[in-house]
Design a protein around this ligand. Structure first.
Ligand code: ADP
Ligand code: S3P
Ligand code: MG
Length: 172
């Protein structure tokens, strides 16, 4: 069964939209970060702190492969870095995948992340200026991978419901 994959930068709304899309179309959703946390019984912060990012990326790849190989239809909210490591972007080109990039501007990302950074180890310690610069550079680097998604939904100035309806239209 097809997997509906939401990807994009931290704060673009993957986890939020996956949850709401699931309610709208009645297909179960999983959040890749949550699955990783459950797998090792540690928070994303503690995984980064204790074991480092390379270990996290390995786990992320393993759990993604398992989810893609599972028989059921699923909505999967990826982590922001998932398509950018371990050739995961190639896995997202499979026949059983519909990939959707939730595209947000630097400003949207900054305003959403500024109040919500403590659980995101890559930005948790940055001040506002550092964060703006980091997001701009990092988004530029990662866009190469994000732009390989089959579909793109711009999320700026949209409510959660509007973004969900845009995705429902793509899936129809
Ligand atoms: N229109 C919107 N669409 C999605 N998220 C929104 C919107 N407006 C505000 N938010 C907030 O932005 C944050 C997005 O975070 P999250 O869903 O965890 O993103 P991601 O999983 O991509 O990092 C949440 O705190 C959410 O409540
Ligand atoms: O962009 C990244 O590299 C990361 C994004 C996070 O997920 P969200 O995009 O859901 O915040 C989480 O996987 C981890 O903190 C690393
Ligand atoms: Mg998320």
């Amino acid at each position: 069964m097809k997997k509906i994959i939401l990807l994009g930068y931290m704060g673009c709304g993957k986890s939020t939209i996956a949850n709401n899309l699931s309610k709208n179309i009645g297909i179960p959703f999983v959040d890749l970060d949550k699955k990783i946390e459950e797998r090792v019984n540690l928070s994303i912060n503690v995984i980064f702190e204790k074991h480092g990012e390379i270990y996290f990326r390995k786990l992320e790849h393993e759990v993604l492969v398992e989810l893609l190989n599972s028989p059921e239809q699923l909505i999967i909210g990826l982590g922001g870095g998932t398509p950018c490591y371990a050739d995961n972007h190639e896995l997202l080109k499979g026949d059983n995948v519909v990939s959707i990039y939730l595209k947000a501007s630097i400003q949207t990302l900054f305003s959403r992340l500024n109040h919500n950074k403590s659980k995101r180890p890559l930005i948790a310690a940055k001040n506002e200026d550092e964060m703006k610069e980091f997001i701009a550079k990092h988004l530029f680097d990662r866009s190469f991978y994000y732009n390989q998604a089959q579909y793109k939904v711009v999320v700026d100035y949209k409510t959660i419901d509007q973004t969900v309806l845009d995705i429902v239209a793509i899936l129809a």
